[in-house]
Design a protein around this ligand. Structure first.
Ligand SMILES: [Zn+2]
Length: 357
């Protein structure tokens, strides 16, 4: 009798807590989308209609199931329990349901990420949570390339932050009397305080442990690591190679792929040095420019401060032309010319104005 009462209570509590489905609905080949308005639902449905087949074509071992997507103004699975702003989407694997935010200008990228969560079936189940997040991000970057590069640099800076940050060099031309010379300053790029992460330990965390840590840490150290490692494995062996790691662990009766197998496939070891050098490997010319855009504000502030310290007395616009500021990472010879970067110019002029006040 007591047991029945308890069960009845639980049912009532659970059904009361579930968020109400958004009112407007559209159906599509992949399933359905619900939104607060029909336009919101249609916009996301159009993205999903392209993303689902693209993801299926790229990644082996995915489930053939119908997917429901909820486009919400407030991201929540349970009524009155919204997720914090830095969480862009959620996937409910059991229900094959995805939650994304209305008005998100990167919704295609976030939707692609969540689609991988709900489509990756039992043959992927030995993948540790950190690596699954990495896989979702790598797939999303591949199928939404216009936003993929920015996500790539963000994730690798997050990964670098767990190993002390990414070293970069800002330099600019200075002149005094008849002499011209270049001033160089080392800057360390990081995204807030990120706790150092032991890679061997990171690969033993379950998906819910990864999410719980990420929910409380907007700096994304674990997501950065997951992305970096998954990216390296896919670069070397494709999505099929990552899938083979999962299958091989299943065949051996293991619950998860051992960390040693993951690191070997990524050609890494568990040391911070290995993380830093993997990050350095992942930054080519295009990525360096995207990185400069991402951290334009910090670079501009640092440059303005340096040139004022050096006694620069030019007007900012003419200073920029003459000084030819450059940004590079130590292992790459080719710098980004910052004066040509709109984001940097804007931040530089703004920072110069602030300095003068
Ligand atoms: Zn995820």
């Amino acid at each position: 009798m007591l047991r029945q009462v308890v069960t009845a209570c639980l049912v009532v509590v659970l059904s009361a807590c579930r968020a109400t489905p958004p009112v407007a609905a559209v159906t599509a080949s992949f399933g359905s989308v619900r939104g607060e308005t029909i336009d919101e639902a249609r916009t996301v449905a159009a993205y999903a209609a392209e993303l689902v087949p693209a993801i299926r074509a790229a990644v082996p071992g995915l489930l053939d199931r119908s997917i429901e997507i909820w486009v919400q103004r407030q991201l929540e699975i349970f009524e009155g329990e919204p997720y914090s702003d830095h969480i862009a989407g959620m996937a409910d694997f059991e229900e094959a349901r995805i939650h994304v935010r209305a008005g998100d200008d990167r919704v295609a990228l976030h939707l692609a990420h969540e689609l991988v969560h709900v489509l990756a079936g039992p043959t992927w189940s030995t993948m540790p949570g950190v690596l699954e997040e990495g896989l979702c991000d790598v797939v999303a970057a591949a199928v939404v390339p216009e936003l993929g590069i920015e996500q790539h640099v963000k994730r690798v800076v997050e990964a670098a932050a767990t190993a002390g940050g990414l070293n970069a060099i800002v330099s600019f031309r200075q002149w005094r009397g008849g002499d011209t010379y270049r001033i160089r300053a080392e800057v360390r790029l990081s995204l807030g305080d990120v706790t150092p992460i032991n890679l061997n330990r990171a690969f033993t965390l379950s998906s819910s442990e990864v999410f719980a840590k990420a929910a409380g840490d907007s700096c994304g150290g674990l997501y950065g690591i997951g992305y970096l490692v998954a990216h390296r494995i896919v670069e070397r062996q494709g999505f099929a190679g990552l899938h083979r790691l999962c299958l091989s662990a299943t065949e051996r009766g293991l619950e998860r792929i051992p960390a040693a197998d993951i690191l070997a496939a990524a050609a890494m070891n568990a040391s911070p040095d290995s993380i830093r050098s993997a990050v350095a490997d992942s930054i080519g010319d295009e990525e360096l420019e995207a990185l400069a855009r991402l951290v334009a504000k910090d670079l501009a502030t640092a440059t303005v401060k340096l040139c004022k310290d050096m006694g620069g007395d030019d007007q900012p616009a003419s200073f920029l032309e003459r000084a030819d500021p450059e940004f590079r990472v130590p292992h790459r010879r080719r710098p980004v010319k910052l004066a040509h970067l709109r984001e940097f110019r804007e931040e530089f002029l703004r920072a110069w104005g602030i300095e003068e006040i």
